[in-house]
Design a binder for this molecule. Sequence first.
Ligand code: GAP
Length: 517
Amino acid sequence: MAQEDVFKKLVAHCKEYGYVFQSSEIYDGLSAVYDYGQYGVELKNNIKKYWWDSMVLLHENVVGIDSAIFMHPTIWKASGHVDAFNDPLIDNKDSKKRYRADVLIEEQLAKIEDKIQKEVDKARKRFGEAFDEQQFRTTNARVLENQQKWDELHQRFSNALNDSNLEELKQIIIDNEIACPISGTRNWTDVRQFNLMFSTEMGSTADGAMKVFLRPETAQGIFVNYLNVQKTGRMKIPFGIAQIGKAFRNEIVARQFIFRMREFEQMELQFFVKPGTELDWFEQWKTTRMKWHQALGFGAENYRFHEHEKLAHYANAAVDVEFRFPFGFKEVEGIHSRTDFDLSQHEQFSGKKLRYFDPELNESYVPYVVETSIGVDRMFLQVISAAYHEEEVTGANGEKDIRTVLRIPAVLAPVKLAVMPLVKKEGLPEKAREIIDHLKFDFNCQYDEKDSIGKRYRRQDAIGTPFCVTVDHQTMQDNTVTIRYRDTMEQERVPVENLRDIISGEVSFRRLFEKLK
Ligand code: GAP
């Protein structure tokens, strides 16, 4: 199945099984805003717990905060967002559709990469075991020609971004014959800058009202509290402040479901270090964060680092962690070495000193900062994309069937186990409820008695429940049940009193955290 079709199915599945709904759906929806349903919110909470505990529990020098969404408007002047938090936009005059000029060019680069990859895949099939990818990439004429095209375009694009050269961005679009996907024409407007911050007014009277912004990142709430936390927590450098919270951006092109939203959630860490040590810490956090992603078991080949074409105004090093979504490799997380830019700016604009007195050096300085910033929603999409599988299975009657299963890592799964009485009589429902009453303090359990057992298994597979426990007549005799494992579909008979241990082992955050060592 084409990856585009897989993605469409995934989006439909998220709606059908209570994971993600379009916001304000009964009013025809609100573009790029989404609501999380009964299972979606559980998965989201589990993702947040994984991130939070891996930061705050596992690092004794990291603490958390929860700052307000509204902040003093001068903060956004100091941070550079009022003047520089822009995307370059371009309109197609025929379709009247608006695009990000940089994204159009990135998509062109991705098309060339795809061409190269197709050649490589074809050759791998042809040569089998003997295939030497490195040699092929450096000698095959078609690959070399495309690689040269890619290098030239990439270089030109980087230069245009670094120089904020909007005319050159348009020229690149024209020279590369990039057409609007809707109208198919190359009838483009000039490229203009568009500020992404939402604003509103605070205060009751028009005269007294103050223009405030909905924060476009949670990071600034950490910077302006840095000294509060350092002093009250008696934190010593190096130390970090973590935060999870909503952020808002008026994205020009909001596409690909929850990948790019106008209201979303971030999990950010600002790690304060001694000036001059920031690039070492940057490397350490790169390793730590990649481990965090890969510990979920979605395959190391599905991740890569991507160096930025253009460093943000505050950074002296920056890299993205990219994941292979059904629509290609895309950013899930950004890791930036932000220098002392933010704290110095806040010193200047607030007139308050934000220095750290280093007892070892016996001097004060403005700390440097390494940031890790990941979107909860993008992480959610990563998990769901990796988990979604359609597989052919053979039913009890020998007929082939398609099973749709979410292979969500058990530790993140919204529902850990479903307990099902084989029939709705003879004391089986009561026994099933008794088992749930016993386990519900430890796990999110679901009771299910409707339809045949086969249909119930499929329903649980579709929401990603890792364990199904069936109560039958034998249970009433010997207090044993069958436990069915989602991924292998194997079943085994176990005593009821063993259930907690079997499930605990699989859903334990501890086991996941041990992989991060
Ligand atoms: N404080 C740094 C910062 O905000 P960013 O690269 O703009 O950096 C960090 O954003 C992460 O936030 C991204 O890697 C992505 O996961 C998430 N993110 C950013 N914009 C988003 C959007 N419109 N919708 C969903 N997630 C978004």
